[in-house]
Write a new protein. Sequence first.
Length: 182
Amino acid sequence: MTSSGSMDTIMDAHAFARALERMAGEIGALADPADLVLVGIQRRGVELADRLASLISKSGTEIPRGALDITLYRDDLETIGPKPFVGETNIPCNLDSKSVVIVDDVLYTGRTVRAALNELADFGRPSKVSLCVLIDRGGRELPIQADIVGERISVGKNDRVDVLVRELDGKDGVELVAEGEG
């Protein structure tokens, strides 16, 4: 393992692009593209969902995509302070009978996904909900698993996994910031 405070590249821009291509193919095999809706979790899940939808749409079917801000659905809302920042939630259509794929950057405890499932229920009753994540870092606190994973890694509890997307960070990649044991 790396020393405290060090940073390692888990995925460079080339590996990032390859992972998205593979994930798009797997999503395309999940459901009829006419019934598919991709919903990204704010922040980087939205950018990943947009890119995945574009890759899937190359086959000819435009894939609707939306964004979820799970802030008000978190089970630790009291820890973020009296005035939490709430981003945009935008669901492009009624989700009844749709095959919805929730997209996020990193799967860790499962609590973000639980909150996303709770919020998603406000927008209809999908026929199926799947989870797609770029990185699964393990460490689940809830019985939630991803259906599609870009890469599974094993990191320490105190380590941080940073997903960088060019739309927000100027480049694509995944970095591990090893904080050591503490």
